[in-house]
Design a protein around this ligand. Sequence first.
Ligand SMILES: CC(=O)N[C@H]1[C@@H](OP(=O)(O)OP(=O)(O)OC[C@H]2O[C@@H](n3ccc(=O)[nH]c3=O)[C@H](O)[C@@H]2O)O[C@H](CO)[C@@H](O)[C@@H]1O[C@H](C)C(=O)N[C@@H](C)C(=O)N[C@H](CCC(=O)O)C(=O)O
Ligand SMILES: Nc1ncnc2c1ncn2[C@@H]1O[C@H](COP(=O)(O)OP(=O)(O)OP(=O)(O)O)[C@@H](O)[C@H]1O
Ligand SMILES: N[C@H](CCC[C@H](N)C(=O)O)C(=O)O
Ligand SMILES: [Mg+2]
Length: 481
Amino acid sequence: MMLDDILQNVILLKTIGNIDINVSGIQFDSRKVEAENVFVATRGTASDGHQYIATAIENGAVAIVCEELPSEINPNITYVKVEDSSDALGKMASAWYDFPSTKMTLVGVTGTNGKTTIATLLYQLFRELGHKSGLLSTVCNYVNDLAVEATHTTPDALALNALLAQMVDAGCEYAFMEVSSHSIDQHRISGLEFDGAIFTNITRDHIDYHLTFENYLKAKKQFFDNLSTDAFALTNADDKNGLVMLQNSKAKKYTYSLRGMADFKTRILEHGFEGMLLDMNDKEVNVSFIGKFNASNLSAVFGAAVLLGQDELEVLRIISSLHSVSGRFETLHSPAGYTAIVDYAHTPDALVNVIGTINQILQGNGRLITVVGCGGNRDKGKRPMMAREAVNGSWKAILTSDNPRFEEPQEILNDMLAGLDVVEKAKSLTIVDRREAIKTACALAQAGDVVLVAGKGHEDYQIIQGVKHHFDDREEVRKCF
Ligand SMILES: CC(=O)N[C@H]1[C@@H](OP(=O)(O)OP(=O)(O)OC[C@H]2O[C@@H](n3ccc(=O)[nH]c3=O)[C@H](O)[C@@H]2O)O[C@H](CO)[C@@H](O)[C@@H]1O[C@H](C)C(=O)N[C@@H](C)C(=O)N[C@H](CCC(=O)O)C(=O)O
Ligand SMILES: Nc1ncnc2c1ncn2[C@@H]1O[C@H](COP(=O)(O)OP(=O)(O)OP(=O)(O)O)[C@@H](O)[C@H]1O
Ligand SMILES: N[C@H](CCC[C@H](N)C(=O)O)C(=O)O
Ligand SMILES: [Mg+2]
């Protein structure tokens, strides 16, 4: 493809050499550059792509897109200087794959929690409605019914546009994707044309990356600021930042809520371990989901489907047949009469929601034993908060390892324990080995009790010293049965 076609939506600050040359591919990792590629030098968190321009040329790059021209200019190479090369990469990737996001109805979901749930349910709903659809999610990507392994919640711009192009080729009319705050901050979604955007909530997470809550909020808000006028923006009116997210958006604005006035109102009429009876815009619907937060998620799914022109009654009929996403509030019944729940809650807010939901249903008949840990090389500030929420909401909390990654498991646990006073410590156990922690929780459980295993959900691995070992909370619970 001609380089100047690839750059058609990129503002060029300066060019050296010829830009109407043919290139064989785009790369942002010098180690993957092949002959006739254009290399895009992007600034990362660990290193700066500009340091690898020479390597890229050695590997066959014929053109370089960068923010800063190298001191040494090779006369046989074309150089293009841009304002932000990550933003340029997104626009170039879109052009390279012939703008796949403009050929489908693309809906993005962002927020601290609920993204996977809402995106996955929309994907399942639209396929049930008879539309070929695609999904980009933490758990798995789907090109209609073809599963493609997910490396990220939101992949890099090249992988992202490649998947969207695959969806177009497969005849998908709709694509639903999670938009993580990292992906917004790193311009992975630059160049994409969204027809709709959904905001779930914003609470503490990823502070290790954004450093402050304000930065985290600003990153998410940018997504709504960049929406076009004919897109819809559907926000959660029950989140105190729900309206802040939309205040500078040009998109058509709508709200969903469990409490006050909103375009899409949902009320919980009945709530049990098997599911809920909801009132959605004055229509009653039985769902197999549990938890107020899931009533909120379903409200967003309902609202988005209606805003995308689907028939309300048909949508509600299908919503009542949907099931929870893998690893989200996954219920397992023990022959000994207790219930185990495996959930992905790995932020203080998610844990509060899940524990609150379980206690609301238990109503004091039965005890809650919570097994939880915190990931290594992630936000440290949430650790004492997670421990406190687990201890205060449970009869017994067992603190253990999640994905320690490159950190010492005991040090992560010490950060968690720092959040507990002497009384709270007495209500908790600390067991480094997650398998042992789950076994201990199941051994303590009696008929009518609930064992909550939180933080990993669908993950079938445990990352220790950077190595992924097979580990699946659901399998471990079943072994205890
Ligand atoms: C912290 C983070 O987000 N890092 C992402 C980022 O890598 P980076 O910026 O750290 O890259 P770097 O190592 O600093 O290198 C900078 C640049 O130099 C280039 N380079 C580097 C070395 C070299 O020899 N040659 C070369 O050209 C790299 O290709 C890169 O373009 O860009 C990479 C390519 O897109 C991503 O794979 C990588 O994700 C890492 C693996 C990661 O763990 N990301 C997580 C935190 C993440 O993105 N999570 C979110 C949300 C998770 C959730 O809450 O669900 C997600 O969307 O998954
Ligand atoms: N609307 C919500 N509000 C608060 N907590 C929620 C909500 N929906 C789900 N949760 C909780 O958060 C956990 C993660 O849910 P989900 O995977 O849908 O979120 P996510 O935004 O995709 O998370 P991640 O950013 O890690 O990919 C669930 O297991 C549940 O405990
Ligand atoms: N996918 C997300 C959440 C991981 C959740 C938890 N299992 C952990 O390891 O912190 C991330 O990479 O930040
Ligand atoms: Mg997710």
